[in-house]
Design a binder for this molecule. Structure first.
Ligand SMILES: NC(=O)c1ccc[n+]([C@@H]2O[C@H](COP(=O)([O-])OP(=O)(O)OC[C@H]3O[C@@H](n4cnc5c(N)ncnc54)[C@H](O)[C@@H]3O)[C@@H](O)[C@H]2O)c1
Length: 256
């Protein structure tokens, strides 16, 4: 029970339905409740989010879904209020919502650029901003911002995605320094290539899959649980001296 007594809000947490492919948010929610936490899942995918939360409740856990568009500040106020009103406090914030943004620099439209910056950079900023006052009230907390290896290194495409994930990396360090004295820790997670609802379509293309496999020293695509376990560690008090850090989970890809 590494998260006993803690309350978590997970953005982009809709994909945690038993028997279906899970994303990092949904897989984390399942591990969080097993470790004793109460969870609120926020997402724009209402049907999947409701299903995940109701399955967790049926299994005897405390879980709620709230409709949350991470680019909308009022939605954030509502999501944080939902956690505090129903479960009494907020200790853990996982800023995980995201989408892909393809294209090299010349192929990237203003709309793609703005969309990526909105959902990743602005979404993580707003989630962090609205979590902090509640964490202060309970003497601290852990904010986990899901960046990517694409926030650390470049590639031949995904220009706006790289820029937005890079913004998450340095925003996390900035917030970590600002709130360390209040025991509010802020870290970023940098997953490599993992099969999830977000990447499933791309991985169906054998050339795309081979492109990824050729770059991973461990020679395989990762599993969402391998990321969720890192998120549990950062959420728990086991990582109590860790803030402003980058947790890279990528089968060795960025080691080369
Ligand atoms: N799968 C990978 O290989 C990989 C690698 C590195 C980083 N990531 C990042 O991990 C995070 C989780 O992705 P995943 O791969 O687990 O897929 P996922 O599809 O399970 O998670 C993304 C979720 O974000 C939600 N979402 C999208 N826009 C939103 C918005 N405006 N407001 C609220 N929710 C929104 C989606 O509905 C979805 O449920 C994303 O930020 C993604 O960029 C994924």
């Amino acid at each position: 029970m590494r998260l006993e007594g803690k309350v978590a809000l997970i953005s982009g947490g809709a994909h945690g339905v038993e028997g279906e492919m899970m994303g990092f948010g949904g897989a984390s929610a399942r591990l969080f409740v097993q470790e004793g936490a109460k969870v609120v899942l926020g997402d724009i995918a209402v049907e999947d989010g409701e299903k995940t939360a109701s399955q967790l409740r049926d299994a005897g856990y405390d879980a709620l879904f709230v409709k949350l568009d991470v680019t909308n500040e009022q939605d954030w106020e509502n999501a944080v209020r939902t956690a505090v009103t129903n479960f009494g406090r907020l200790d853990i914030m996982v800023n995980n919502a995201g989408t892909g943004g393809p294209g090299n620099v010349e192929e990237t439209t203003e709309d793609i650029w703005d969309g990526q910056m909105d959902v990743h950079a602005k979404g993580v900023f707003l989630g962090t901003k609205h979590a902090i006052p509640e964490m202060r009230k309970v003497g601290g907390g852990s904010i986990i911002n899901i960046s990517s290896i694409y926030g650390l290194v470049g590639s031949v495409g995904s220009t706006a995605y790289h820029a937005a994930k890079g913004a998450i990396r340095i925003f996390s360090k900035s917030a970590a320094v600002q709130y360390a004295s209040e025991n509010i820790r802020v870290n970023s997670v940098h997953p490599g290539f993992i099969t999830t609802p977000l990447t499933r379509e791309g991985l169906k293309n054998p050339e795309r899959e081979q492109f990824m496999l050729d770059r991973i020293p461990m020679g395989r695509i990762g599993d969402p649980d391998e990321i969720a376990k890192g998120i549990v560690y950062l959420a728990s008090d086991e990582s109590s001296y860790m803030t402003g850090s980058e947790l890279v989970i990528d089968g060795g890809m960025t080691a080369q």
